[in-house]
Design a protein around this ligand. Structure first.
Ligand SMILES: NC(=O)c1ccc[n+]([C@@H]2O[C@H](COP(=O)([O-])OP(=O)(O)OC[C@H]3O[C@@H](n4cnc5c(N)ncnc54)[C@H](OP(=O)(O)O)[C@@H]3O)[C@@H](O)[C@H]2O)c1
Length: 218
């Protein structure tokens, strides 16, 4: 089961939808069980023959072996601090891109640990944190038949966990997973989100990234 902490927001619900459409079992988490159940029904209604569970964040952690963090950066530390014991031994996918929207300007937030993903790994020493999906627009994911032609750069210090998340990302049609190396590199991926959001504002678009120059796959 793949559970989404803060799965009631655009990013969590949209990734849950696409992964459920790809055949994964998914669960929407929230601080409020009723809100999670309501969103689970909305996600189910957007896909064909998919089943989505909803529940309070702690309940979702209990039933999931893979946990996506889809809360705002400002809420991540307190949430993970509280859930750390029950997250031990689990694979954590951090989608958080720390961005501020102050005074009409979109900027990447400086994170003392280097990145939101490194902060998560520090808070969860007994979990395997993988950083991914920070550059994928929730708006496009939420429309079931919209093509998502871009790269998901995946960073982690846990090779097996990283490969597992790369395979999960590629279950969404046309997404390509790119190995971004160690978790320390997640800061660069997170900061690209601020660049994309600025470009989106200028072009009134929902952009993604595509890395060129990689060897062809066999
Ligand atoms: N939106 C995008 O296109 C996009 C793209 C790439 C990456 N991301 C990343 O994905 C994450 C979620 O984005 P979003 O747009 O879905 O965010 P959001 O709507 O602001 O928040 C998602 C959910 O997080 C929960 N939440 C909010 N504040 C919280 C707090 N202080 N503590 C615990 N839970 C809290 C809420 O759920 P409950 O109230 O139900 O608990 C909320 O519905 C962000 O870190 C963002 O950087 C977003």
């Amino acid at each position: 089961m793949i559970g989404f902490l803060g799965g009631t927001g655009p990013e969590g619900r949209s990734l849950a939808l696409r992964l459920a459409m790809a055949g994964e079992e998914v669960a929407i988490g929230s601080r409020d069980a009723a809100r999670a159940k309501e969103m689970a029904q909305k996600v189910e209604a957007r896909g064909e023959s998919i089943r989505v569970v909803g529940g309070e964040n702690t309940e979702i952690v209990g039933m999931s072996d893979i946990i996506f963090i889809t809360v705002p950066y400002e809420g991540q530390a307190a949430l993970l601090g509280a859930l750390a014991p029950s997250l031990a031994g689990k694979l954590i996918v951090d989608t958080v891109a720390p961005v501020s929207f102050q005074d009409g300007k979109i900027r990447a937030i400086d994170v003392p640990e280097g990145s939101a993903a490194q902060e998560a790994q520090n808070l969860l020493p007994n979990s395997q944190v993988v950083a991914a999906f920070q550059n994928v627009s929730a708006v496009d994911l939420w429309v079931p038949d919209r093509l998502i032609e871009g790269d998901v750069v995946v960073c982690s210090d846990h090779q097996e966990a990283k490969e597992r998340v790369m395979a999960i990302a590629e279950r969404i049609p046309h997404i390509r997973a790119v190995d971004g190396g160690a978790l320390a590199n997640a800061r660069y991926v997170e900061e690209v989100t601020a660049m994309l959001l600025n470009i989106n504002r200028i072009y009134k678009a929902h952009t993604m990234i595509r890395i060129v120059g990689l060897p062809e796959r066999e």
